[in-house]
Design a protein around this ligand. Structure first.
Ligand code: ATP
Ligand code: MG
Length: 319
């Protein structure tokens, strides 16, 4: 399968009264067609900003975004709108992203209307079909979002994202607001859709256990920067960055294949505003040395398809 998304040295800085906030700071990756890149990290590390910038919902400060090899960083508004059909987003909170005064069928028809796709009868047919695809019974067609439970509301979000037959979907914490039992249903739905339609995903979550089975590769972010990226299996089997080890240590034991040591995440998060040229994890890292203060570690390939930004990665992991 070919390359669908390529991101090179992507940056998104926000101007704040305290200075430039580095929400996304030099992020690069490639996602092949049909694959899923899991993006994990704590609240505020830049996951949503990354997803939205890749979709061109926010303008990047610097760096490049390619779609099927085509540079889409500086395309026109009109081209952007065409691309919008191919690239969609599913939000965490279907409650706030759905207009409470519209019925389920109206909500699912919205994107089709916005793009002037199909006539009224055609749209009705497509909406009924989409409801089937996402497992929403037709008896909810005239219901309002508040009349449905969280799982069904998220199915509306999925149907809306699918309505324009996209190729790429950013799933931004799509199950984080749901009960654990419902989470599995929505995850299964997203996986089935990916298989049936050859979809490519970025799957954003703060919960590593959620992306374990759905991801091809996993990218771990810390204060806007990439700290580790590798195949999903490798991340759980052999996490190399102290921060990833810490995230994994927080998952209950039956979910982990093998963790060599427990790393407890403590201490203050460094501010993302005008961060110093040092390792951003320094304040919380049990392995920090003098070198970590000298400059920010490079993101390097330390094993095949396994990238880590840590000055001491070799000593910590006996490599
Ligand atoms: N429009 C904005 N203006 C200024 N700062 C912003 C803006 N949007 C996001 N930020 C800041 O950028 C950083 C990254 O935010 P982002 O929402 O991408 O994080 P996140 O990883 O998705 O967090 P969460 O897990 O809470 O959703 C945060 O420090 C946030 O406060
Ligand atoms: Mg977010």
């Amino acid at each position: 399968m070919g390359e669908l998304i390529r991101v090179e040295h992507l940056k998104k800085y926000f101007n704040t009264p305290g200075g430039k906030l580095h929400a996304v700071d030099d992020v690069s990756f490639v996602i092949n067609e049909g694959d899923t890149l899991g993006v994990v990290g704590e609240s505020g590390c830049g996951k949503s900003t990354l997803g939205r910038t890749v979709l061109k919902l926010i303008e990047p400060t610097d760096g490049k975004i390619f779609y099927k090899g085509r540079d889409i960083t500086d395309i026109t508004e009109k081209e952007n709108k065409q691309l919008r059909k191919k690239m969609q987003i599913i939000f965490q909170d279907p409650y706030s992203s759905l207009n409470p005064r519209k019925t389920v069928s109206e909500l699912i028809a919205d994107p089709l209307k916005a793009f002037h796709m199909l006539d009224k009868a055609g749209r009705a047919q497509k909406v009924a079909q989409l409801m089937d695809v996402v497992g929403l019974s037709q008896r909810f067609a005239n219901s309002y979002p508040h009349e449905l439970d969280g799982g069904r509301r998220q199915r509306i979000g999925v149907a809306r994202a699918l309505s324009l037959d996209p190729e790429f979907i950013v799933c931004d914490e799509p199950v984080s607001a749901l009960d654990v039992s419902i989470q599995a249903q929505i995850l299964n739905l997203l996986q089935d859709l990916q298989r049936d339609r050859g979809l490519t995903y970025i799957f954003v979550t703060h919960d590593l256990s959620v992306v374990r089975h759905i991801s091809t590769d996993i990218l771990v972010m810390y204060i806007g920067a990439m700290v580790e990226k590798c195949g999903a299996k490798d991340l759980f089997k052999a996490p190399l960055h102290p921060y990833t080890k810490g995230l994994l240590s927080a998952i209950p034991v039956p979910n982990i294949d093998h963790v060599r040591e427990k790393v407890k995440l403590q201490g203050e998060l460094t501010s993302p505003i005008e961060p110093k040229d040092e390792c951003r994890f320094i304040a919380r890292c049990p392995y920090a040395t003098e070198a970590c203060k000298q400059h920010m570690p490079e993101f390097q390939e330390v094993a095949p398809n396994h990238f880590v930004a840590c000055h001491n990665v070799k000593t910590i992991n006996n490599m």
